[in-house]
Ligand binder design. Structure first.
Ligand code: ADP
Ligand code: MG
Ligand code: MG
Length: 248
């Protein structure tokens, strides 16, 4: 699904990613952990095509296609989803209307017709039922006065609606309460399938109590320095990152 080869990226001439290799197959959930400042958010931004970062070497392949030169919107249309791509508050635009526009914009960019209204309603109904999102929430103004949990609910709803091939959830917010964690975890667990893959970035092991990853990787100083199964997350929780730092 996603294949990252020897990826190097810099910001303002400072190298942040120093040769990342990662293979994510369809159906898999990968967790990326690591101390603050390791490059986790940079990696997700670079995959999504954030133009503040310069890729200096390596490739990013989505289902075998090199997407490294594509604009962020084009990557999104091809099925790359990064949480918090749309953190804006839009007063007067509801959660659902925003989603309708996003879906139709994406279809337009792919030369497709708008989604028929009845099909759109059906999709909204299906996804909101799956995720137990109530109607009241769907008619709220986008991100306006949203709590942490509501922001997460909105992100997961966006992910559900867009049906990405690869979803990257960068859980940077250390203030995430247990409800918000559960919303993210339940959403991911319901949306994961054999046709998609998920990368969860977190420095907290506790999220992985709810989303059980197939693989855990430790990113440190711009490189993946250790990979393992879900037990690696427990080892990190117990031992911290110092042993990783001293080995590297
Ligand atoms: P993590 O998500 O693992 O905490 P980040 O990817 O946010 O790490 O940051 C990795 C390093 O890159 C840090 O030293 C950070 O200061 C630097 N960095 C990231 N983005 C920028 C940017 N836009 N401008 C300058 N430095 C950046
Ligand atoms: Mg950070
Ligand atoms: Mg980060």
């Amino acid at each position: 699904m996603l294949s990252i080869k020897n990826l190097h990226a810099s910001v303002e001439d400072k190298e942040i990613l120093k040769g990342i290799n990662l293979e994510v197959r369809a159906g898999e959930v990968h967790a990326i952990m690591g101390p603050n400042g390791s490059g986790k958010s940079t990696l997700s931004s670079v995959i999504a095509g954030n133009e503040n970062y310069e890729v200096t070497d390596g490739e990013i392949l989505l289902e075998g296609e090199d997407i490294g030169e594509l604009a962020p919107e084009e990557r999104a249309h091809k099925g790359v989803f990064l949480s918090f791509q749309y953190p804006v508050e839009i007063p007067g635009v509801s959660v659902t209307n925003f989603m309708k526009t996003a879906i139709n914009e994406s279809r337009k960019a792919q030369g497709r017709e708008e989604m028929p209204a009845n099909e759109m309603l059906k999709l909204i109904r299906e996804k909101s039922e799956l995720l137990e999102i109530d109607r009241k929430f769907l008619s709220r103004s986008l991100n306006e006065g949203f709590s942490g949990g509501e922001k997460k609910r909105n992100e997961i709803f966006q992910m559900a609606m867009l049906e990405p091939k690869i979803a990257i959830l960068d859980e940077t917010d250390s203030g995430l309460d247990i409800d918000a964690l559960r919303i993210v975890a339940n959403g991911v667990n319901k949306l994961r399938s054999e046709d998609n893959a998920v990368i969860v970035i977190t420095h907290y092991q506790r999220l992985l109590d709810y989303i059980v990853p197939d693989f855990v990787h430790v990113l440190y100083n711009g490189k993946i320095v250790k990979s393992g199964g879900k037990e690696l997350a427990y080892e990190l929780e117990e031992k911290g990152y110092d042993w990783i730092k001293s080995e590297n």
